[in-house]
Design a protein around this ligand. Structure first.
Ligand code: ADP
Ligand code: MG
Length: 988
């Protein structure tokens, strides 16, 4: 069945490739013809193509000639000196046919899967050139700053030759220089720089001149899986200190520590008891003596294992347990209880056993829950302060109703009570949330695995690269919770000023495409989320790499011994070796083992990409041994040095299977590039976290039966399958998590687009005063709908209420019965109101204009003013609009943040949190849009120009804006306005 489907899939791809190969033939024919052109004539092609595009030819039509032009330029460049990343090189590349195939796939908006070393950098140059002919923004997205610069310098030679502007964007590019960078035809840069510039342009800058991007036409994402899949869990966020803070980590941390200590003491006791029994029975000796047990002994043993099982549920990282588990026989007997309790008839017994714990931890799903015992212990300990009941939410609806119906209260008091109640509710929710995060920090986050402490700060360790991530913070208060757990300073709450996921950023491009060595395993996700097809491009030369079967060991110890032997054997042949590890920790461990055995080697876990690239480039020397974390040095390839190919090329060793098959393929792909010889082999043990957490306990039982002698690898086909199944399961789980992040961001995306569009309209309009007219108009209409619904009921028709509202909000006068004409339609009333309000505003503007004119007259002679008073007013009004939009949008984002945590608490009540979130977010946005209009209207009538008492001595007088009661521009709301703190928290 599967084979049959694969055939269909295969032929669809095959048909597409056939089509592309025909175009390749055409490109090559044309290119041959170009050989006779002079440099001048070839260079002129760019101008010609641009004109033809203007006249209506499509890019698809121009493609063969444009690609042929690029190819011919490459030919002419051969032998010329180019300067890349500080080195002088000679140009030696003319696109191979397969590269042209890849280039066509990319133009048609697909992901070209091309193996490492196939030359994707050059391939991308063709579609970049073609699409830049439109004059629209074309971006190439790289994984790091170093590659942005390198690739731009490298293939930039072609573009410059053809008269195009190119530029690279890095985190070091100052903001004022960015506008001119984006003006280039083609821009190379990292995803986060592009994304942050988008956020800055749309939520930070105060004038259209300061906006640096000029649109989103075509983007090619290099190492697309790394960016759209691995990085996609971390949204881009511009944030700063929050103006309100409710966090309670300080208050709660000691109590949580106590609770966790109870659990730890309990588990330690259970573990020691269990261990003692096993020791007594002789099970901990090197070669346990098998002897017949009597019934009593058997029961005692069984109980010991059940205690250890309980420890696994309460403190999975317990040291005694960890050590016992290293013995596969013991591990299997502990896990036997899992199978036993799994049976339906034993559920009850399982619940009883677990009730002994305070907290149940599920390492697999990364979750935990308090038992009744835990809850009771918590409320006893904290009686004087906060009982756990307090985290039970208030039913606001009911509480409000109670207040409403309390006749003893005046309206004012009712309002006051409601405000208090709402604050109380918010406090409770925050406390419950903080409590969960503190427990999570204690139970599931491990020091030196998930994070390290450096200079009294919590620093995240990236799970993919194993690199410390200074500056990043776990989101949603988890970071603060870990700070509380470790007793370092708890940082203040931060507030989001602007945020977007990479997914939603890249969806803005009219056309998107990508390239990488490894995309097929995630083809489904690319298609569902980005509508990107993956096309597998054949390699230039057939791949000669020999991929050995995995070697599987029971214990890590045996695995490392086998790896060491493999390294020594291969090294004796002088073949270079690359060893991939899953974390910094493992890379250092391996390095120690190698050192002890006198194997000279290089460890690659640096933070400096340029140096990283250099080490990787050296890894192809005779006898080189390089230990690297998995993702380090992506984008640089390992070229074999002379003599190495004859020896068999680069040998890649994987020290475990990664959670995702893609990462394994990436590592293998480092060997045997461009038809070189090479080989790869993975070593796995049953203590690797992938195996421990995601293979079924049955396998362990199976292994116990067929355990090979110490040090010997297990070879069983069923195991290969089960590793792959485990990987697929984790991939699926991670995909769900990414989708989840995206689903929440999708709700925000619509709102963000709407607000940003409005903000842009304000920034770009020539006449902000006209826009104000529209806003006032719409506000009058909107409010009239609240008072004037229908004449048929008394509550539905309240013209007096409307009149009162107008009078309190605007400096205008109305006759007392002005709206009470029985024949007047709603539209008519609205028009009347709007006319008065707008008239009043015009008057106000005229007044302020007069003041400015006077000031200018007073200053005449001191300075020549280019701006008319009306121009000045337009700018002031524009800035009032922008400030108010920003202020309210940021408040909205804060509310959304609260909402997001809150809906998860609700999920306890059987409600779908996402649906709840959508619903509430929509309501919040609805009220935001009317509040924006109201606040703007208020602010517009409040600002005043102040005429300086004495003419100021400054050369260019700037009008001072002031607000009647409180400062209009409350700078405290915009801390770090020019230099926003940018950080990318992890979603856990
Ligand atoms: P990838 O990104 O696909 O891993 P790169 O773009 O880094 O590969 O290129 C790998 C190497 O292949 C580079 O050293 C480059 O010089 C070489 N190369 C690429 N295309 C060609 C070509 N058409 N002819 C000769 N060398 C090429
Ligand atoms: Mg590359």
């Amino acid at each position: 069945m599967f084979g049959f489907l694969k055939k269909i899939f295969g032929t669809a791809q095959g048909r597409l490739l056939n089509k592309y190969w025909k175009i390749v033939a055409q490109v090559n024919r044309l290119e041959e013809g170009f050989n006779s052109l002079s440099d001048e004539a070839l260079r002129h092609k760019t101008v010609e193509f641009r004109e033809r595009f203007e006249r209506g030819e499509t890019l698809d039509q121009l493609l063969p000639e444009a690609y042929a032009t690029v190819k011919n330029v490459c030919r002419r460049l051969c032998g010329t000196d180019i300067h890349v990343s500080g080195y002088d090189q000679k140009w030696d590349m003319i696109p191979y046919d397969v590269q042209i195939v890849g280039a066509i796939a990319m133009h048609y908006g697909a992901i070209a899967e091309m193996q490492t070393g196939e030359g994707k950098t050059l391939t991308a140059a063709l579609p970049l050139y073609l699409n830049a002919l439109t004059g629209q923004p074309v971006h190439l997205v790289t994984v790091n700053d170093y590659l942005a610069q390198r690739d731009c310098e490298w293939v930039g030679v072609i573009f410059r030759w053809l008269g195009l502007n190119i530029a690279s964007l890095t985190s070091q590019t100052p903001h004022h220089a960015r506008k001119s960078i984006y003006a280039a035809d083609i821009v190379y840069g990292t995803a986060s720089e592009f994304g942050f510039d988008y956020l800055r342009d749309n939520s930070m800058v105060q004038s259209k001149e300061d906006q640096c991007q000029r649109g989103y036409y075509f983007a090619i994402i290099d190492e697309v899986d790394s960016i759209l899949i691995d990085e996609a869990r971390t949204p881009l966020i511009i944030s700063g200190p929050s103006s309100v803070s409710r966090q309670k980590y300080d208050e709660l941390k000691d109590d949580v520590s106590h609770l966790v200590r109870h659990q730890r003491d309990l588990c330690n006791r259970l573990a020691t008891e269990g261990r003692k029994v096993l020791e007594k029975c002789g099970l901990l000796e090197e070669t346990p003596t098998e002897r017949k047990l009597n019934k009593e002994e058997e029961e005692e043993q069984s109980e010991a294992f059940s205690k250890l099982w309980l420890v696994a549920k309460g403190m999975p990282h317990n040291k005694t347990l960890k050590r016992l588990r290293e013995n596969p026989d013991l591990r299997a007997r502990i896990e036997k209880w899992d199978i036993y309790y799994y049976a339906e008839q034993n559920k009850e017994e399982r619940a009883q056993a677990l009730a002994e714990l305070f907290i149940i931890v599920d390492e697999r799903s990364n979750e935990f829950e308090l038992t009744d015992k835990g809850i009771q212990s918590w409320s006893e300990e904290t009686k004087h302060k906060a009982s756990i009941d307090e985290s039970v939410m208030l039913d606001l609806g009911e509480e409000y109703a109670k207040i409403e119906h309390d006749s003893a209260l005046s309206e004012q008091e009712k309002l006051h009570r409601k405000v208090l109640l709402r604050e109380e509710d918010a406090q409770r929710k925050e406390r419950a949330h903080n409590l969960r995060q503190l427990l999570r920090a204690h139970l599931l986050m491990e020091r030196d695995v998930d994070y390290i402490i450096a200079e009294n700060k919590i620093v995240i360790i990236d799970e993919n690269t194993g690199r410390p991530q200074p500056g990043r913070r776990f989101s949603d208060g988890l970071h603060q919770a870990i700070e509380a757990k470790e007793g370092v300073t708890i940082q203040g709450e931060t507030q989001t000023y602007a945020t977007i996921t990479l997914q939603n950023y890249f969806r803005m491009y009219k056309k998107l495409s990508g390239m990488t060595g490894t995309a097929m395993t995630e083809a489904n996700e690319f298609k569902e989320i980005y509508k990107l097809e993956v096309v597998a491009i054949p390699s230039h030369k057939p791949c000669k790499r020999k991929d050995a079967d995995d070697e599987i060991y029971m214990t890590e110890r045996e695995k490392y011994n086998a790896i060491l032997k493999e390294v020594q054997d291969t090294h004796n042949q002088q073949r270079p070796i690359l060893i991939g590890t899953e974390s910094v920790e493992v890379s250092e461990k391996l390095s120690r083992i190698l050192k002890q055995n006198k194997c000279e080697h290089t460890v690659l876990n640096a933070k400096n990409h340029a140096k990283e690239a250099e080490i990787i480039a050296e890894a192809g020397k005779k006898g080189a041994i390089t230990v690297a974390t998995n993702m380090a040095g992506r984008g640089t390839d390992i070229k074999l040095k002379p003599g190495v190919a004859e020896l068999g090329g680069l040998h890649v060793i994987g020290t475990t299977r990664h959670q995702s098959r893609r990462i394994d393929r990436q590592l293998r792909g480092r060997s045997a590039r461009q038809g070189d010889p090479g080989s790869s082999k993975f070593f796995v043990s049953f203590e690797d976290s992938l195996m421990r957490l995601f293979t079924s306990p049955r396998i362990t039982v199976f292994l116990q039966k067929f355990r090979p002698p110490e040090g010997e690898a297990i070879s069983a086909k069923v195991l290969n399958k089960s590793i792959e199944t485990a990987q697929k399961r984790v991939e699926q789980r991670n995909y769900t998590m990414r989708k989840h992040t995206l689903e929440y961001d999708d709700v925000m995306n619509k709102q963000r687009e709407e607000i940003y569009a409005f903000r842009n309209e304000v920034l770009h309009t020539d006449n902000s005063l006209a826009l104000v007219g529209e806003i006032l108009d719409s506000l009058c209409a909107q409010m009239s709908h609240q008072f004037l619904v229908s004449r048929s009921t008394a509550e539905g028709w309240n013209p007096e209420g409307y009149r009162q509202w107008l009078l309190t909000h605007f400096p205008i006068a109305f006759e007392s019965k002005e709206f009470e004409d029985d024949y007047m339609q709603v539209e008519e009333i609205e028009r009347l109101a709007s006319k008065k309000v707008c008239g009043a505003f015009e008057k106000k503007i005229a007044l302020e204009e007069e003041k400015i004119t006077k000031t200018q007259e007073a200053l005449a002679g001191q300075a020549t003013l280019k701006l008319t008073p009306r121009d000045i007013l337009r700018e002031i009004v524009r800035s009032i609009l922008i400030r108010n939009i920003d202020k309210l949008w940021q408040e909205h984002l804060l509310q959304i943040d609260y909402l997001r945590t809150e809906v998860h608490l609700r999920s306890v009540g059987q409600k779908d949190p996402l649906l709840e979130f959508k619903h509430e977010a929509f309501k919040l946005f609805d009220s935001l849009s009317s509040r924006i209009k109201q606040e703007i209207a208020h602010a517009l009538f409040k600002f005043e120009m102040v005429i300086p008492e004495t003419a100021p001595q400054r050369a260019t007088p700037t009008p001072i804006v002031r607000q009647a009661q409180r400062p209009l521009i409350d700078l405290s709301l915009f801390p770090n306005f020019d230099e926003p703190v940018s950080e990318e928290p992890m979603i856990t």
